[in-house]
Design a protein around this ligand. Structure first.
Ligand code: F6R
Length: 250
């Protein structure tokens, strides 16, 4: 796995933005997208750019179950606010958080992923090592599925809601196999709360207990971290990846 460690999240977002420019120039056609606070800076750069997405498809990782697409905390709303209203795609897909027939919705989403193979998948990282909403214990061969969120994830996401009991406890998420089917994967992680999961993913075993570690089995993955997210990596690994955009890590 490739690793870049930056002075701060802003420099890392700028570097990821440049990767998007490059991949779009090279013909990337289907973008797998993530929500959360991590990609906000990247989406701002993409929104303000001269890049044209009108011939591209986007497929999002996940959506809370029980929230309508116009609910301010839904991921559909987030994507619209941060990217789609500035840069419309030819078509943008997210799971339907209000689907009555969940099995049919999972099948619909799997079919979308199959019909639009993802060129470049963007991932954030849960504090517990989740990717998408694939919580610890999710098998490597999982496709789109209905998820019970962990207490830790509900706690982490509480900051976006007025009260903890407003945070949905279930979601629909692309599976690990869906994510690993992307031709290339970019992972962004910022802040000390991500440091444990990052260290496990790089230096621990491939394990269902840390879904991020499954990326070790993918041939083309690049991590863009700030110093804090890199802080629990071994000294050897950090010395081999000097800080970009500032002085070396101690
Ligand atoms: C969101 C998603 C999640 C987040 C992760 C980190 O679509 O799939 O896995 O990437 O929970 O969230 P933030 O960026 O808010 O720390």
């Amino acid at each position: 796995m490739n690793l870049h460690i930056f002075k701060n999240a802003q420099d890392a977002s700028q570097a990821v933005y440049e990767q998007y420019r490059d991949r779009l120039e090279k013909g990337a056609h289907v973008l797998g997208l993530a929500t959360g606070s991590t990609p906000e800076g990247l989406y701002e750069l993409l929104s303000q750019s001269d890049l044209d997405f009108s011939d591209l498809y986007s497929i999002n990782l996940d959506e809370y179950y029980g929230l309508a697409s116009d609910h301010p905390q839904s991921y559909a709303y987030f994507m619209n606010q941060h990217l789609f209203r500035h840069k419309p795609f030819k078509a943008s897909f997210l799971p339907n958080g209000l689907a009555q027939d969940i099995e049919a919705e999972l099948e619909r989403y799997n079919q979308i992923i199959q019909n639009h193979p993802i060129d470049l998948q963007l991932l954030g990282v849960g504090n517990n090592g989740h990717i998408g909403f694939n919580e610890p214990g999710t098998p490597k061969d999982s496709l789109t599925h209905y998820v019970q969120l962990t207490e830790e994830t509900i706690d982490a996401n509480q900051r976006f809601f007025n009260h903890r009991d407003e945070v949905p406890s279930t979601a629909i998420s692309m599976g690990i196999a869906s994510i690993l089917s992307a031709k290339e994967i970019i992972v962004m992680a910022f802040g000390p709360q991500k440091a444990w999961a990052i260290a496990q993913a790089f230096e621990g075993p491939v394990s269902e207990q840390v879904p991020l570690s499954f990326l070790q089995t993918h041939p083309r993955v690049t991590f863009y971290l700030d110093q804090a997210a890199a802080s629990q990596l071994s000294r050897e690994l950090r010395q081999a990846h000097p800080l970009e955009g500032g002085e070396s890590l101690s």
